[in-house]
Design a binder for this molecule. Structure first.
Ligand SMILES: Nc1ncnc2c1ncn2[C@@H]1O[C@H](COP(=O)(O)OP(=O)(O)O)[C@@H](O)[C@H]1O
Ligand SMILES: [Mg+2]
Length: 435
């Protein structure tokens, strides 16, 4: 039954709603709406000037209306009088085809039409920095191998526990929190879910982590590679595909290699086939390419892939099969748009299932040390421009994610690349001044 947001507000003591949508660059845009206006907003949506956000619209376009999806509503655990609700963008009464949540819903619909439900869990790593973002907030967090550092995570207990308490209250079933492999870096894990719910939770998680960090006078960042020499922020995604009731995991097969069924292998085959184009979505920032393909970090490993390879329980490859019935895509980073990340994985996977794609051989080696022994393994794009060109060539993925989306995304991302290229860097000065 469709939730009535006005009733929800009365029951929970909510005074304001944040009607929120995510644009193509992953920015969350919201209007704060008093409860008494929500009945109309739930029907007609909140109005926005689309051009003012990253959606490849012009100032001449008509108003964009963001219609709240009540199934996503969350009362802010740190400010109970406010509720956040994810919205679907419309224009002229129709879904705005390039809006990320609209893209994901369409792709989820394509999976449903084949009686499939994709479920995913993500690991959205982040750093806690000082308020101006210039360095990590804990000056004592200096270990060479800081992963799981007991003392360092306890120095940030107030922040981490507050966020975890909120996830517990929201019923996300969080189950562990740790200090990650870079100084100042943390990861918090909660249970996997259907992709639209995972994407909404992912969006809300970023908002929540940033908000709680700000409350403590800190700044949280999901930037893919904030510090040279330190491990970057990944956003690994664990994937399985279930029957339409969500009861049977069609990827699970006890007798199959790594416990991954033929359907699982085919879905994975789609991921492998489209990986280089997928990078344009999973690794969408200029900075993303300083995480993948990076030289070894101070801790000894980047934990990020550099080639399109897969294996069993071994974290040096793009895809790992950590346990029967699922695989982990380690490609995406903290800049990935929560909705587009899920949409791109489903689109690539469905294409693999339809074409009965073969993921190719698995190489059970340490890719960081022995990657050179498989010279024909395709390399991931070296920069954003290469990734955009790969996406431009991948007409199948473009079609699955939608032509309007693909053209809007490519346009905006090429502008971003050009803006980056026009920027003079210190490195250029250092290496070219005396030429
Ligand atoms: N069958 C499954 N399908 C999708 N995601 C899953 C499945 N089983 C577990 N997950 C999710 O995978 C993620 C695992 O994250 P984590 O425990 O940090 O693993 P690791 O760091 O070992 O990769 C969690 O979000 C978990 O809920
Ligand atoms: Mg983890």
């Amino acid at each position: 039954m469709k939730k009535d947001l006005t009733e929800f507000a009365a029951k929970c003591g909510v005074k304001y709603f944040m009607v929120s949508y995510t644009d193509l660059f992953g920015a969350q845009r919201a209007k704060i709406v008093p409860t008494q206006a929500m009945a109309d907003m739930q029907k007609d949506g909140a109005g926005f000037a689309g051009f003012a956000t990253w959606l490849d619209l012009s100032p001449a376009h008509p108003d964009l209306f963001a219609i709240p999806d009540p199934s996503s509503v969350v009362q802010l655990p740190w400010k109970k009088e406010v509720a956040w609700v994810a919205a679907d963008c419309t224009m002229d009464g129709k879904p705005l085809q390039q809006a990320p949540r609209v893209v994901l819903k369409r792709v989820v619909g394509a999976a449903e039409a084949e009686q499939l439900r994709v479920k995913t869990g993500i690991e959205a790593e982040f750093f806690l920095l000082n308020a101006d973002g210039s360095k990590i907030s804990d000056e004592f967090d200096t270990a060479v191998k800081p992963c799981y550092d007991q003392q360092a995570i306890m120095r940030r207990y107030d922040v981490i526990a507050e966020i975890c308490d909120h996830m517990l209250a929201l019923g996300w079933n969080p189950y562990q929190n740790d200090h990650e492999d870079a100084n100042g870096q943390f990861e918090m894990n909660w249970e996997f879910d259907d992709t639209l719910s995972t994407a909404d939770k992912h969006s809300f998680f970023k908002f929540m982590v940033k908000s709680v960090a700000e409350k403590h006078g800190l700044r949280a960042t999901f930037m893919p590679k904030p510090f040279k020499g330190l491990t970057g922020n990944g956003c690994h995604c664990h994937v399985s595909v279930w029957d339409k009731d969500g009861k049977t995991n069609t990827f699970a097969d006890k007798k199959a290699e790594f416990g991954l069924s033929d359907r699982g292998r085919q879905f994975l085959g789609g991921i492998m086939k489209h990986a280089s184009a997928l990078a344009a979505i999973t690794n969408p920032a200029v900075n993303s390419y300083k995480r993948i393909n990076a030289p070894r970090t101070v801790s000894g490993a980047t934990w990020a892939p550099n080639a399109v390879t897969w294996t069993g329980n071994n974290r040096t490859h793009m895809v790992r099969v950590p346990a029967p019935g699922r695989f982990e895509l380690r490609l995406a980073d903290g800049a990935a748009n929560p909705y587009l990340l899920q949409a791109a994985i489903i689109a690539a996977g469905l294409s693999g299932m339809r074409g009965k794609a073969d993921p190719g051989p698995h190489y059970d080696i340490d890719m960081y040390k022995e990657g050179n022994t498989i010279p024909d393994a395709p390399k991931l794009p070296l920069n954003l421009l290469d990734a955009l060109r790969e996406y431009d060539k991948d007409t199948e993925l473009q079609k699955a994610l939608g032509p309007d989306f693909s053209s809007a995304y490519l346009t905006l991302k090429h502008h971003e690349w050009n803006s980056y290229c026009s920027h003079l860097t210190e490195w250029e000065r250092q290496t070219t001044l005396d030429v």
